[in-house]
Design a protein around this ligand. Sequence first.
Ligand SMILES: NC(=O)c1ccc[n+]([C@@H]2O[C@H](COP(=O)([O-])OP(=O)(O)OC[C@H]3O[C@@H](n4cnc5c(N)ncnc54)[C@H](O)[C@@H]3O)[C@@H](O)[C@H]2O)c1
Length: 393
Amino acid sequence: MQQLSVAVIGAGMAGRTHANAWRQAATIYHAPFPHVRLATIADAYKPFAQSAAKDYGFEHATDNWRDIVEDPSIDIVSIVVANKLHRQMAQALIEAGKHVLCEKPLTDTLEDAKAMAQLEAEADVVTGLGYTYRRNPGISQIARMVKNGDFGTINHFDARYWCDYGADPKTPIAWRYTGPMGSGALGDVGSHLIDTAEYVMGPIRSVSGARLTTVINERPQMDGVVAGGRGVSVDGPAKMSAVTNDDVATFTAEFETGVSGTFSCSRVAFGYPNALMFNVIGTQATAGFDMARAGEITVDDQSGPEHLRGQRRVLVNPEFPYFKDGSSMAFAGVGFTQIDQFTIQAHAFIQQVLGIDDGLPKLPSFAHGYRSMRIQQAIARSAADGGASVEII
Ligand SMILES: NC(=O)c1ccc[n+]([C@@H]2O[C@H](COP(=O)([O-])OP(=O)(O)OC[C@H]3O[C@@H](n4cnc5c(N)ncnc54)[C@H](O)[C@@H]3O)[C@@H](O)[C@H]2O)c1
């Protein structure tokens, strides 16, 4: 194969990051890739498509995503739009023979998620889901420590994903603020947290004690197009629209290992722009991760003399998963960003399409996304049922 052509649908916040990732994908891990042709970016609002295409070097911009479906030269497509649009786009693209990298959560309803998993099972193309935190070296290092048994007996896992993109009541209504309870903070950032928790700790058996709350019950409508989710504010009089889903989601979980997990997710956490954080606490060690300091993890264990014990920071270094050759400057102190996660993900997806296996894990599947949605649904059911315990089926 001489060339692989890629396209992106959606040029909002994450769409631009996908565009950047495809541009960088061949620059890491020295894989023998063909030329990655940056073909087309589609956005319903054409100026977004045009601006992203220009900034990231794509050949074409369009306001009609079906142009991508109908272009026989395109091999791989990222779907990076509101969740309720994922199914129809994935279906059309898969039927047209394109490999599809779909953003998380898989979609907005369990019914659509099941249908997408079915579509994947019958498809003759590669499909994957954008749980990018699985590519994070710090998170992966802690997952490796869990697997190695470095914590002794793990007695607690605590995780938070706090964001502030909805903290300002003047932030306008947009797709993220409508849908059933559970599709707000839980579906948007909680889906990442649940996936990260299972990646580190293994499968969740049941959830309980859930509570979903809406703190800002209505938001102003804004004329024109809203994308990006943050930093936009409506000043002055405006028509208001109801917020129908959760701003804050809290719950507990039991992993299949029997370990207890405590979780909180928020999109109204003033002062926490993008804080995915967790701690694993065992009888012989503890470790912590904070996305705001993604170039390090914190660890305390039984190494070293007693008088020098305490939590220390360990910088991400080439001994951590994915870092060596995943960065153009792979040494401790250089740091790692969320943007890098998308680049590694794009690289891994191209490897899957080409059938190359050099140890980089495959992307989570649509089937996995369907399971993820079942966990979210179980949390919503627990909340609706006064915190009852709900098994994951
Ligand atoms: N993996 C991650 O870390 C991550 C981060 C952010 C968002 N996401 C996911 O990415 C998706 C998009 O989120 P976002 O924050 O970029 O949203 P956004 O609102 O910033 O952007 C969505 C874009 O889609 C465009 N659009 C709407 N309808 C369209 C259509 N019919 N055809 C083409 N374009 C259309 C909008 O004009 C907008 O530019 C969501 O599924 C979200 O959950 C994932």
